[in-house]
Design a protein around this ligand. Structure first.
Ligand code: ADP
Length: 445
């Protein structure tokens, strides 16, 4: 269950309990107030009935007609008030009965003093009984209010205790476990992962952390692989250089051997230079510091210059250069554009067999200069094409046979994007590939 839903549910339950308890207590206090008023009236009625009884006794014994009349008035007044303030049927019936009997006694009609006295006495008894009943009801309501208070308290303690226990077990524990996994990961345990327990929000956090930890671990593995690749790729040219230097130290080295050795040394140094350059570029790109010296340049001339560099060193492939008759202007960094051409052409050479042609063409499309490098090499699978421009990405089976670290195309893409251009690739396995670079054209200068 989600933490948000659980807390809403518990809050709802607490609100219902609190509202019910409030309602019940209000109802109880209203009842108690009513009973209190009735009890006060009843006590008053008892007092009036007792006074009427005393006045009746005095009336019966009094001989003076004036005093007798006054006592009779007293009795009747008190009985009238008792009847008026009666809170139950029994009380008003008893009061009316007493009034009738007293009336009869005073007017000298049927019934004597004994009857009137008995009726007033009965009224006192009824009033006292009603007062006791009211008090008993008040006590019952009091007990009900106590029970409601205790039940509400217990229910609240149960709900809050349950909530705390649930928070402790289902939420705090998984969070602590996750924090421990994070600490272990931070201390270097790359396999530390959070267990996916607790409410949905905590589980989602654990999943996110685990994904992040796996991504970091993968990145680290990729970096280690990259380092191993770099070390391996640096080792090859260095061994060649070492061997070449050893050859030149030999006595009586033939001039042709010396020339061939120096050519080899030159090629290996160029390779080392390119690798180190790519590495430096990647470091700068990752740090957001790709340095650009922009100016309006003729891309045709830059392409020609970059391709010509291969002519002396690359005898196996036939490089066909197709340039437009007029200059193609672009606001760009001269060296970076040459670097793009060099990277694409050297890839075309690396990933195609000798005796095949490599076509380098420059054209215009809309307001863009389009540089295309086409080879007749091994080509690329559809799945590989999509991931080609990621750093350290080497694809296909050729990656084991051809030296490289998988940075060239990443660097090329970033350079092209830094010029507000874009790059795409069309390829078929076994049939070759065409890499196209689009750069915004500049107005002629
Ligand atoms: P590297 O050549 O050093 O491995 P790149 O970034 O230049 O690195 O190229 C990345 C991957 O793309 C290469 O490993 C290779 O598999 C593939 N690739 C690049 N250019 C071509 C091409 N012209 N033909 C076929 N595959 C290519």
């Amino acid at each position: 269950m989600r933490l948000r839903h659980s807390t809403s549910l518990v809050s709802g339950a607490l609100a219902v309990v609190a509202l019910t308890a409030c309602g019940a207590l209000m109802w109880t206090s209203t009842e108690l107030r009513r009973i209190n008023e009735a009890t006060t009236a009843n006590v008053d009625a008892v007092r009036l009935a007792e006074e009427a009884k005393i006045n009746l006794l005095l009336f019966v014994r009094e001989a003076d007609p004036v005093v007798r009349q006054s006592l009779a008035d007293n009795v009747q007044r008190r009985l009238a008030r008792t009847a008026a303030e009666a809170t139950t049927h029994e009380m008003s019936a008893a009061a009316r009965e007493a009034q009738a009997k007293v009336e009869a006694l005073i007017s000298g009609g049927d019934g004597g003093a004994a009857n009137a006295y008995a009726a007033v006495d009965a009224l006192v008894s009824v009033n006292s009984a009603q007062t006791r009943a009211a008090l008993e009801r008040a006590r019952a309501w009091d007990r009900t209010a106590d029970a409601i208070g205790v039940a509400t308290g217990l229910l609240l303690v149960l709900i809050v205790g349950g909530l705390l226990a649930w928070l402790q077990g289902a939420t705090v524990r998984p969070i602590l476990a996750m924090s421990e996994a994070m600490s272990r990961f931070g201390e270097g345990d790359r396999d530390a992962r959070a267990s996916a327990g607790g409410p949905a929000e905590v589980r989602e956090m654990a999943v996110r952390f685990n994904e992040m930890a796996s991504a970091l671990a993968m990145q680290r593995r990729a970096q280690m692989t990259f380092l191993a690749g770099v070390a391996h790729d640096l080792k090859n040219p260095i061994s060649v250089l070492k061997m070449s230097v050893a050859v030149t130290h030999a006595p009586d080295v033939a001039p042709e051997v010396l020339r061939a050795t120096l050519e080899r040394v030159h090629r290996q140094i160029a390779r080392l230079e390119r690798m180190v350059g790519d590495l430096l570029d990647v470091t700068n790109i990752e740090a957001g510091r790709l340095e650009m010296r922009l100016g309006v340049e003729d891309v045709a001339r830059l392409t020609q210059g970059a391709v010509e560099l291969f002519e002396g060193t690359e005898a196996r492939h036939r490089i066909v250069l197709e340039l437009p008759a007029e200059p193609v202007w672009a606001y760009c960094d001269r060296l970076r554009v040459e670097q793009v051409v060099t990277n694409l052409v050297s890839n075309a050479i690396k990933y195609s067999s000798g005796d095949t042609a490599i076509r380098v063409s420059l054209s215009r499309a809309g307001h863009e200069a389009v540089l295309a490098v086409t080879d007749e090499g091994i080509g690329l699978e559809e799945a590989d094409r999509r991931r080609l421009f990621e750093p350290f990405r080497r694809v296909g089976r050729s990656k084991d046979d051809v030296p490289g670290v998988g940075l060239g195309l990443f660097v090329v893409k970033r350079i092209v994007e830094a010029h507000h251009g874009h790059i795409d690739v069309a390829s078929r396995p076994g049939c070759g590939s065409t890499f196209r670079v689009f750069l915004p054209e500049h107005a002629p200068v």
